[in-house]
Design a protein around this ligand. Structure first.
Ligand code: NAD
Length: 424
């Protein structure tokens, strides 16, 4: 079950409780100073704003928007903005906490933040989305900035959303400030390769995992849940490396083809605003069933809380490569670990996005832009290094890959906090 409007799934778990439980376990294994652990359990700053928007029919709807900065010890806050009905303070806080660990794991000088608006973006016109984005930016104006907190795209936001945020912020400041967001179009200071970075980075890690396990990409099959930015790029990159993509899905359901889907044709199909289920190159499959299709590589790239204690015993894959944030609950984690599934945990798996966001921010501050091969080369190097560090700590401490990744991220942030001390 996905986490609901209240930030909890039907079994009463909340994304935030899961994130805090992970922190508690990592703190115990790291023998972390309890005073530092106490500080890390809470977000530094949370802002809730009303976002009144004149809808196309003339009436006004007030949406609720959030921006949470969990920790800014290592640098400005960094994290996406999502537009979804599930968005609430708990979910955004949990996601901001995961951003803190992720940036530290990748050795990127950013803290963790996240934002969003509780809305159904799929039912809004372009004009409504633009007015909502601009008003939200205005409401959080004092909170964000290239040295304070830098938003990026997430679920149901994209390059265009970032362009509107950048424009609104720049209008208030009085000059162009490209570094206020990442994931913007290249022509206004975006980076080449940012759009493909999350899915592409995940595929770099999958290739490292296959090498580690002695498996050949050309003999592998994969299933991808979610066919947006992350899922479509991951499916395309896997397919280019010879992996047979058996099934993909979007929010309405999926398509399955035992012989393998034509991913380029499917990407072309969804570019015309068609749901994946309307694709003629496969049979329909539900979102629940897609996760249980036997395959070598399963890529959840949609939303949180998809793999639970209920369906984990039926998940049949060798590698679980998490593109989405928090797709697997803690109980499901234990079940899959016991069954020997090789996990690429979310804070590592989808960190390609924030890594190239960091490159974008560096390029904006220098006003000097790199080419695609430089971006891809640097990204691959950082992903491989983080993968090797997670594997090494997992083996040394005899902990799962998720815990190893969390321990690396948390220990780096905690050490920086210890050195900086507590004010006053
Ligand atoms: P997106 O909006 O581009 O795509 C989301 C996809 O998931 C769409 O195909 C949508 O139809 C589908 N979807 C939504 N709810 C679903 C559900 N309940 N079941 C099945 N499919 C569902 O979003 P995205 O940017 O690709 O993000 C996907 C995930 O990756 C999110 O968890 C996000 O936090 C994470 N992520 C994204 C980035 C990035 O750079 N975009 C970076 C890090 C993590």
């Amino acid at each position: 079950m996905p986490f609901s409007k209240q930030g909890t799934d039907t079994e009463g778990r909340s994304a935030l409780k899961e994130a805090q439980t992970q922190l508690d376990r990592a703190a115990e294994l790291l023998s972390l100073d309890p005073n530092l652990a106490e500080r890390l359990r809470h977000a530094k700053r949370s802002l809730i704003v009303a976002v009144p928007v004149r809808m196309d029919d003339g009436h006004v709807t007030s949406f609720t928007g959030y921006r949470v900065q969990h920790n800014v010890t290592l640098g400005p806050g960094k994290g996406g903005i999502r537009y979804a009905p599930s968005v609430n303070l708990e979910e955004v806080t949990a996601l901001s906490m995961w951003m803190t660990w992720k940036c530290a794991l990748m050795n990127i000088p950013f803290g963790g933040a996240k934002g969003g608006i509780c809305c159904d973006a799929t039912k809004m016109s372009r004009g409504e989305l633009q007015r909502m984005t601009r008003r939200f930016t205005f409401e959080i104006f004092n909170f964000i900035g290239p040295d304070k907190d830098i938003p990026a795209p997430d679920m149901y936001t994209n390059e265009q959303t970032m362009a509107w945020i950048m424009d609104t912020y720049s209008t208030q400041v009085g000059h162009s400030v490209p570094g206020v967001v990442t994931g913007k179009p290249a022509v206004i200071g975006g980076s080449v390769g940012r759009r493909e970075a999350t899915g592409g980075g995940l595929v770099n890690l999958i290739m490292s995992a296959l090498e580690h396990l002695g498996l050949e990409p050309g003999k592998m099959t994969a299933v991808v849940q979610g066919f947006g930015n992350v899922g479509s790029v991951a499916a395309q990159e896997l397919s280019r490396r010879g992996v047979r993509i058996l099934a993909v899905s979007d929010v309405d359901g999926g398509v399955y083809n035992k012989a393998g889907l034509d991913i380029d044709a499917l990407i072309h199909h969804v570019e015309w605003k068609q749901p994946v289920t309307a694709f003629s190159g496969g049979e329909p499959v539900t979102n629940a069933a897609i996760l249980e299709i036997p395959c070598d590589i399963l890529v959840p790239a949609a939303t949180s809380g998809q793999i639970t204690a209920e369906n984990a015993p039926r998940i049949d894959c060798r590698i679980l490569a998490e593109g989405a944030n928090g797709p697997t609950t803690l109980e499901a984690d234990r079940i899959l670990e016991d069954r020997g599934v090789f996990l690429i945990p979310d804070i590592l798996g989808n960190a390609g996005g924030v890594t190239v966001s960091y490159f974008e921010w560096v390029q904006d501050s220098q006003q000097y832009f790199w080419d695609m091969s430089e971006i891809q080369g640097r990204l691959e190097k950082i992903m491989k290094r983080a993968f090797a560090e997670v594997m090494a700590l997992s083996a040394e401490k005899k902990v799962g890959h998720r815990m190893a990744a969390l321990m690396i991220g948390i220990s780096r942030v905690a050490e920086a906090m210890r050195l900086r001390g507590l004010y006053p």
